[in-house]
Design a protein around this ligand. Structure first.
Ligand SMILES: NC(=O)c1ccc[n+]([C@@H]2O[C@H](COP(=O)([O-])OP(=O)(O)OC[C@H]3O[C@@H](n4cnc5c(N)ncnc54)[C@H](O)[C@@H]3O)[C@@H](O)[C@H]2O)c1
Length: 316
């Protein structure tokens, strides 16, 4: 439910993440301003925002009336002075340190009452972002969402060494009030939490291929139909407790010495990249990607998240 003392949310950047975040916040009743850098950027943000709601309407998660009500909460601007009274600011601009730091200087010059400045960066460290700021370092957090943030509930809030608890708490509470499942990391580490887990799994999956033990299709089958579905309703550690930690210990002592501990992209990936088989965008990667397979993938990728749709859509 919307937090009473958060009256104005600002979203800087009108790309994929910015538009999706604006959909999320207006969808949960927050007056939201998107700051664009060009007419084209504004048009793109507006189109992407409408697409978010169009998809939700198609899936019967939101009615047209509700979408119109949410749209009324959205403003666009090119001018930082229009977000001077924002209570929280989500920075969703290109993944370049200098671009983000330039935005922070403009925020510092214009915005006087924000309690948290949350960067949606995928990979930049909260320490590096804060160190480049000339003021308000204590209000900077990373709030790393998964794409698209209006559908995928998880967000990891990461503190820098300068961040005050109050700023992390504000980001946490605002995101949670919009139905997100949020964690706070007390200090930054590459990949935050979820990508560390994801890439540890990928490293072993590629190791299995390189060892000639199984093909990619069979590894995907193993994941989709063995333990992955379990983890949408119970946690990894809950499951280990259920199995018994004595059993976990004996499996780990026997198995871990055989797992991959490589520390760079493996030859399997290097070879595909060298051949320009980059995946969907070149039509071939690990798999072949004809147009119809791409669309089928997009639908299947979004499907598991629809059950989490839980917005508190404003009633008037
Ligand atoms: N796309 C994802 O899957 C994803 C997931 C999680 C986090 N993120 C992060 O969210 C942030 C935004 O990503 P996105 O996917 O929305 O990107 P995008 O390219 O769709 O949008 C980037 C936005 O930055 C703006 N911008 C401002 N100054 C710019 C400049 N000098 N150069 C380029 N762009 C400039 C653009 O106008 C645009 O509005 C990035 O930090 C990204 O790493 C992306």
């Amino acid at each position: 439910m919307k937090i009473e003392n958060i009256n104005h949310v600002a979203v800087i950047g009108t790309g994929m993440i910015g538009a999706s975040m604006a959909a999320l916040f207006t969808g949960n009743g927050y007056s939201t301003t998107m700051l664009a850098f060009s007419e084209q950027g504004l048009e793109r943000g507006s189109r992407l925002y409408d697409t978010c709601f169009g998809d939700l309407i198609d899936k019967n998660l939101v009615t047209k009336d509700q979408a119109e009500r949410c749209r009324k909460l959205l403003r666009f601007t090119f001018d930082y002075s229009d977000i001077a009274d924002a209570d929280i600011i989500f920075e969703c601009v290109a993944e370049k340190l200098d671009v983000k730091l330039c935005v922070y200087e403009n925020i510092n010059a214009n915005c006087k009452q924000f309690r948290a400045l949350a960067s949606t960066t995928s990979a930049l460290s909260a320490d590096d972002l804060a160190e480049g700021m000339t003021a308000n370092r204590d209000k900077l957090v990373v709030a790393h969402p998964y794409n698209p943030p209006h559908l995928v509930p998880f967000v990891e809030v990461v503190k820098s060494k300068f961040t005050k608890d109050e700023a992390a708490k504000t980001a946490y509470e605002v995101l949670e009030s919009a139905g997100r499942k949020v964690i706070i990391m007390q200090r930054c580490a590459p990949g935050f939490v979820a990508n560390r887990l994801q890439h540890a799994l990928l490293r072993e999956a590629i190791h299995i291929i390189e060892e000639g033990l199984a093909e990619p299709r069979d590894i995907d089958k193993a994941l989709m139909y063995s333990f992955m579905p379990r983890y949408t309703s119970v946690g990894l550690f809950e499951h280990q407790d259920a199995a018994g930690l004595d059993l976990v210990k004996s499996i780990e002592d026997y198995l871990l010495p055989t797992l991959c501990n490589g520390c760079a992209a493996p030859d399997y990936i290097n070879k595909l990249v060298a051949e320009n088989n980059l995946g969907m965008k070149t039509g071939k990667g690990v798999y072949e990607w004809p147009e119809e397979a791409k669309e089928d993938f997009r639908c299947r990728a979004a499907a598991p998240y629809l059950r989490y749709f839980n917005w508190d859509i404003p009633s008037e």
